[in-house]
Write a protein that binds this ligand. Structure first.
Ligand code: ATP
Ligand code: MG
Length: 261
């Protein structure tokens, strides 16, 4: 088990309609503790792939192995965070964060245990003081931190994140990225993060994969150590290479004709 990748994706294909694959022949691994970022043009199939890996969508061909075993339904050790925090408005922060623990009745867990685990998760995201607050009173950043606490409360082995910070302003987004790095350093879970933001991918990723038209077309290993915030300029060449390739798969050009140079 030791050297086995946490998640293995083998020849994965999915179609919503016959003969119209949204992605096909996808192959990659995610190792324990690794942060993998997935970039790609809008509509190329990133969210569909992430939902398949969360066990939320069926697949047509191929196989997903989680810790070496076929994954066919949602697993308690795989948590998902979406762009929309999706909090339940009638539950307060504590209850929203505890939601995943109370959902699966097959594992009986005491009220005291639920509270202890939820308190810890809220502490990780810096929201212990807001436990009794209701979602309508939260800022966008706070709401996304509750979603993060809800995802972490079961101590997952991997977080699947679909543009989790894209609705946030630049400062809140930066703070959330730093919080995520801190949590990963401490909790040591793996992350597969879908993003449109190349700088976010460069700031966070150990590896960046580029998806185009339903395929993984290229990947980059990022070896610059953390913290990277003040050293991102060292990745300028990689940034340009990603931008060029992304423009190509999106069918656009970096400098449209007519631009004065
Ligand atoms: N449940 C569904 N049923 C049918 N078609 C779907 C469904 N979900 C997504 N699609 C289609 O699959 C394609 C890929 O969608 P997907 O949401 O995976 O793209 P994406 O790469 O995440 O895009 P974005 O970057 O805009 O979020 C699109 O053409 C979309 O309309
Ligand atoms: Mg998407």
């Amino acid at each position: 088990m030791n050297n086995l990748p946490l998640l293995q994706i083998k020849n994965l294909s999915k179609s919503y309609k016959a003969n119209q694959p949204v992605f096909s022949n996808i192959n990659f691994d995610v190792n324990a503790h690794e942060i993998v970022c997935l970039l790609g043009a809008s509509g190329c199939g990133k969210s569909s792939l992430l939902k398949a890996l969360a066990g939320l969508h069926g697949i047509n061909e191929g196989e997903i192995l989680f810790k070496g075993k076929p994954l066919t339904k949602p697993d308690a050790s795989i948590s998902v965070v979406f762009q929309d925090p999706c909090l339940l408005p009638w539950l307060n922060v504590q209850q929203n964060a505890a939601f995943a623990l109370t959902l699966h009745s097959e594992t009986k867990i005491s009220q005291a245990d639920v509270k202890a685990k939820t308190d810890t998760a809220l502490q990780w995201v810096g929201l212990q003081h807001a436990a009794n607050v209701y979602p309508e009173q939260l800022s966008g950043g706070m709401a996304q931190r509750v979603a993060l606490a809800r995802a972490l409360v079961k101590s997952p082995d991997i977080l699947l994140m679909d543009e989790p910070f894209s609705a946030l302003d630049a400062i809140t987004r930066f703070n959330m990225q730093q919080l995520l790095l801190k949590l990963i350093a401490h909790r040591r879970h793996a992350v597969l993060l879908v993003t449109h933001d190349i700088d976010e991918a460069l700031m966070l990723g150990d590896r960046i994969m580029l998806m185009g038209d339903g395929h993984i077309v290229r990947e980059w290993q990022i070896t610059l150590p953390q913290p990277r915030a003040k050293h991102l300029h060292e990745l300028i060449e990689t940034r340009m290479a990603i931008l060029e390739e992304l423009s190509e798969v999106a069918g656009e050009h970096l400098l449209p004709s007519g631009v004065i140079t």
